[in-house]
Design a protein around this ligand. Structure first.
Ligand code: ADP
Ligand code: MG
Length: 311
């Protein structure tokens, strides 16, 4: 199979939302009146972000999901993506499954694959995603205000717990692993929530490297501090079964792909009516850095905040 057969067979679909899609030297894209482009790239490297023998369908899903999560954090509408892929060999069955997982999630979000690059090399997957955002409504890291409540969607730490199991650091039962594995392998990007938070949230980020590390980005960009209440962290029944792991998995685990955002306290009730599974976990305070408080209000000391590739 030639490079061009591979692209045609596995990565070429109709792209009615683009002026020009796969097949020329560049795609041609037009954002709608009143919108600007929101652009983000995320790369997944075999051995670093996933096991080299990972299920290709789930890998196709996750490759796109992590990028959709960045657009969700901006409150943007996903429109297009490009996919740069480096493969050890042109394995037709693997590619079939990978592209099926990728396009199943793309279809859920009305996203079109409009281009990319395909080379031979170590397995490496890089998506650049393009969305539409209302320039004055895009959610940013920099808008948190003293007095804001800090909220997070979904549950934290299940992906890290599943990874700990696969790496032999904890031994989950089959049913426990099956409950938390989807968070690791098939994260659901919170695109609809990101849209709903426009005009409500003062700041937002997606939790990809662990809550504490990602919240720290909001704090630094906004010039504020935070207090988190440990007991309010949304944690699954599975993770509650391993109390000694709650802090590492839920606070610094990574791969959650939930949204963390701050909201004026006066909008507390409006948020609860959004219908999504949302938890208020703390508040923005003057100063810098994040304190994690126990049930008595004393600060808990934690070491090792977020995942950092170069530390
Ligand atoms: P060029 O050599 O001009 O960069 P390529 O030969 O790399 O073009 O790619 C041919 C066409 O196929 C281009 O439109 C490119 O965007 C698209 N393409 C290449 N790889 C992929 C991929 N993995 N997924 C989607 N489109 C791809
Ligand atoms: Mg090329």
């Amino acid at each position: 199979m030639s490079e061009f057969d591979l692209i045609r067979r596995h990565f070429t679909r109709a792209t009615p939302g683009a002026l020009l899609g796969v097949g020329d030297d560049a795609a041609l894209l037009q954002v709608r009146e009143g919108f600007v482009l929101a652009v983000s790239s995320d790369m997944l490297v075999a051995g670093t972000h996933f096991f080299p023998d990972a299920d290709p369908y789930l890998l196709g899903h996750k490759t796109l999901a992590v990028n959709l999560s960045d657009l969700a954090a901006m409150g943007a509408i996903p429109r297009w993506a490009t996919l740069a892929i480096s493969l050890p060999q042109a394995d037709d069955i693997w590619l079939e499954r990978f592209s099926a997982g990728f396009f199943a999630l793309a279809d859920q979000h009305g996203l079109e694959l409009v281009g990319g690059d395909t080379t031979r090399g170590p397995l490496n997957l890089c998506v650049t995603i393009f969305g539409e955002a209302e320039a004055n409504q895009a959610l940013r890291r920099s808008g948190a205000k003293v007095g804001d409540e800090i909220w997070v969607s979904g549950c934290l730490g299940d992906a890290a717990l599943a990874l700990a199991h696969l790496q032999g650091r904890v031994a989950l039962s089959d049913s426990e692993y099956n409950l938390c594995a989807p968070s690791l392998h098939q994260p659901q990007p919170r695109v609809a929530l990101g849209r709903a938070l426009r005009g409500i949230a003062n700041s937002a980020i997606d939790v990809s490297d662990g809550l504490l590390g990602d919240l720290a980005h909001i704090l630094a960009a906004s010039g504020v501090g935070a207090e988190i209440e440990f007991v309010r962290l949304p944690v699954s029944a599975t993770l509650r079964g391993y109390p000694e792991l709650i802090s590492t998995c839920a606070l610094s685990g990574g791969d959650d792909y939930e949204l963390c955002f701050t909201v004026p306290a006066a909008l507390h009730d409006a948020l609860q009516s959004l219908g999504a599974q949302l938890a208020c976990i703390g508040r923005i305070v003057a100063g810098s850095g994040c304190l994690v408080l126990d049930a008595e209000g004393s600060s808990i000391h934690l070491k090792g905040a977020a995942y950092d590739h170069f530390r």
